[in-house]
Write a new protein. Structure first.
Length: 202
C-alpha cells in the first residue's frame, strides 16, 4: 500500500500547530508581572566619581553589593533595594583605600553598608526613566533620584534564567551625610553609578 504525500492544506496545518507549540513554550518562559529578582553580586558594581583639587576626577567602585528588584512594566510600578558593602571599596590604590575606609570618610568599622531603597518608579509611556528613593550612608538617610539610562529584561541564553539588567546614575552631596573631610580640596558633589544584573527568583 502506497501512502499519498500530505496535501498543501495538511502541511500548512502542521506548520500552524508547530508555531502554536513554539509560542506557548516561549510565553511560559516569560515572566508574569510583577516578578521578584535578586541582584547578582558578580554583575552588580556601584561606582563613584568625585573631583580632586579642581583638576581631575577620582574614581572608585565597591566590589560587593546585593539586593532585590521588582519591576512591573504593565502596572508601571516597582521596587529596588541595593545594599553596598563599604569594606569592598576599591580605588586601585591600597593606601588610598585604607584612608577612605577610615574615620572621616566611609568609617567602615561603624557603617558597614550603604543602602538605596526606592520609593517611586517614574515612567514615560512604557519606559522607566528614573527611580526616586532614599540613600542611607554613615547612618544618615537623604532623598536621591537615580536616572535610568536603560533597563532590559530577557532570557539568558546560557543559564536559561530570566534576568533584568539596568544602568542607573545620580548625584549626591557627601556633606549632607556628614562626610566633610578635605572640603573643598576634595569635591562635595559625587556621581554615583549603579550597574545591576538581577535574576528572577522563582
Amino acid at each position: 500500500m502506497i501512502l499519498a504525500s500530505p496535501s498543501h492544506e495538511v502541511k500548512a496545518m502542521l506548520q500552524v500547530c508547530q508555531l502554536m507549540v513554539f509560542l506557548v513554550a516561549l510565553s511560559s518562559s516569560a515572566p508574569a508581572w510583577p516578578e521578584s529578582y535578586r541582584l547578582d553580586p558578580g554583575h552588580t558594581f556601584p561606582q563613584f566619581e568625585i573631583a580632586h583639587l579642581w583638576l581631575f576626577a577620582e574614581r572608585g567602585q565597591f566590589d560587593r553589593a546585593h539586593g532585590t528588584l521588582e519591576f512591573d512594566i504593565e502596572q508601571q510600578t516597582g521596587s529596588l533595594e541595593v545594599i553596598i558593602d563599604t569594606s569592598s571599596l576599591d580605588t586601585g590604590n591600597d593606601e588610598r583605600n585604607a584612608v577612605l575606609k577610615g574615620a572621616g570618610w566611609f568609617d567602615v568599622s561603624r557603617y558597614p553598608s550603604i543602602t538605596f531603597r526606592s520609593q517611586r518608579f517614574l515612567f514615560e509611556q512604557d519606559r522607566l526613566m528614573a527611580i526616586e528613593g532614599k540613600l542611607t550612608m554613615l547612618g544618615v538617610a537623604q532623598p536621591m533620584r537615580l536616572e535610568i539610562a536603560w533597563i532590559k529584561c530577557g532570557l539568558n541564553p546560557v543559564s536559561r534564567k530570566w534576568r533584568c539588567g539596568a544602568d542607573a546614575s545620580g548625584m549626591l552631596q557627601r556633606s549632607r551625610f556628614g562626610m566633610r573631610t578635605a572640603l573643598p580640596f576634595v569635591g562635595d558633589d559625587v556621581r554615583l553609578r549603579i550597574r545591576v544584573e538581577a535574576y528572577r527568583e522563582n
